[in-house]
Ligand binder design. Structure first.
Ligand SMILES: Nc1ncnc2c1ncn2[C@@H]1O[C@H](COP(=O)(O)OP(=O)(O)O)[C@@H](O)[C@H]1O
Ligand SMILES: N[C@@H](CCC(=O)OP(=O)(O)O)C(=O)O
Length: 377
């Protein structure tokens, strides 16, 4: 689906690859108990989406609030960093066990990924995370993601799962993000204010839009309030990803919001993937690979580059560098982000996939340059 075809906010539900983020305020009752039936209804919505052929990634908060109740910690476990980290450690086990069980009721498998800021900022770790996500989705699993709160300290943490959800959407090349929270979307001021007005659509998160939000979580369980959701919307819009905020309090929350046609849609600024435009905009390269004619034709059909198609390796590039791809005649045909260091590329060039592991002595990447990281000229 191209984002320019997005007519209204309900279309976001149909994105082929969608990130759904569930906030703490929704997951946990006042007394710190998990809202089990509600979560079961979300799992059934995910199963329905999978049946329609949609790929779903879940970013799920709530570990701190759940763990705090289990450990008897005051203030929802947020009074000290040590409390929050211990609470997250305990709560996350329960959370993921519940997800595994609820998805299994629909014959689905959950895959846990606990990420820190560094995992999505550094190129190498970003590539690792995006490859794991792709593989989980390709195998039909549902990735369930949270921040790795039990080890993340302020320097290496997002602190809120809204921005994490937007970054995960980038890493997974998703087209849309749905943030489920306890409010219908963005209001022009604190929604508790009697004159607060609802904004159904935002084109560009400007300074004026930022001024509308506060970082306060009215439930006291969330982190970042509306402020972090706007920061997430900014990340998404720059990357051509549509993001919507909906109220997710009731059972079957996505169906409810879509039926009511109520939510705030943040429209992306452009319809191409910024990751690709970043690659496409690169002017300097640390090296190049030359591929055979069969590979050139495969690329034109939208395939990734495999070791078997490589006939030459030039320059000393590293995994994660953007390099040139040349056709058999040496003419540049594409730019792409390489999955191997130059010497490994040289060692595996021309090899079939099953021979690559043997030559490298470790598990190979699925390809040398993935089509999501490749820009044809
Ligand atoms: N301008 C605004 N529009 C809507 N909600 C806002 C605004 N400013 C602050 N908020 C608060 O943001 C809260 C949602 O954020 P948060 O509690 O962190 O939720 P979550 O746990 O789902 O991430 C709402 O309950 C609301 O009180
Ligand atoms: N990672 C934390 C949640 C942090 C957070 O962003 O919470 P929320 O604002 O409720 O999405 C946890 O699992 O408790």
């Amino acid at each position: 689906m191209r984002i320019e075809n997005l007519l209204d906010f309900r279309d976001i539900e149909k994105c082929p690859r969608l990130v759904i983020k569930l906030g703490s305020a929704l997951l946990v009752h006042e007394d710190g108990e998990l809202r089990h039936d509600w979560l079961r209804s979300v799992a059934s919505e995910i199963a329905g989406a999978r049946e329609r052929g949609q790929e779903i990634i879940v970013v799920c908060s709530g570990a701190v609030a759940l763990g705090a109740a289990m450990l008897g910690l005051p203030g929802g476990g947020r009074e000290t960093l040590a409390h929050a980290q211990a609470a997250a450690s305990v709560g996350q086990v329960f959370l993921i066990a519940t997800w595994a069980q609820l998805l299994a009721e629909h014959g689905l498998v959950a895959g846990q990924m606990l990420l820190t800021l560094d995992d999505l900022e550094g190129r190498r770790r970003y590539l690792n995370a995006s490859e794991t996500l792709r593989e989980l989705l390709a195998r039909g699993a549902v990735p369930i993601i949270n921040e790795n709160d039990s080890i993340a300290t302020s320097e290496i943490r997002f602190g809120d799962n809204d921005r994490l959800a937007a970054r995960v959407a980038q890493a997974a090349s998703a087209q849309g993000v749905l943030l489920l929270t306890d409010v219908e979307g963005l209001y022009d001021r604190d929604p508790a204010h009697p004159e607060a007005e609802f904004l159904p659509e935002v084109r560009g998160v400007t300074e004026e839009i930022h001024q509308m939000a506060s970082g306060k979580s009215s439930s006291g369980k969330g982190s970042g309030g509306m402020t972090s959701k706007l920061l997430a919307a900014e990340i998404a819009e720059r990357t051509g990803i549509a993001l919507a905020i909906i109220k997710g309090v009731d059972d079957l929350p996505i169906a409810c919001a879509m039926a009511a046609n109520r939510g705030t849609l943040f429209l992306p600024k452009r319809d191409d993937n910024a990751w690709k435009s970043w690659i496409g905009g690169r002017l300097r390269f640390n090296g190049s690979i030359r591929v055979d004619q069969g590979c050139v034709e495969a690329l034109q059909r939208g395939k990734s580059i495999l070791a078997a198609g490589i006939i030459g390796v030039f320059g000393e590039f590293e995994r994660g560098d953007v390099i040139k791809v040349e056709g058999p005649d040496g003419k540049m045909i594409a730019k792409g982000m390489i999955e191997y260091d130059w010497d490994e590329c040289d060692a595996i060039k021309g090899l079939r996939s099953e021979e690559v592991a043997e030559r490298l002595g470790h598990l190979p990447r699925a390809c040398v340059i993935h089509r999501d990281h490749l820009v044809l000229l």
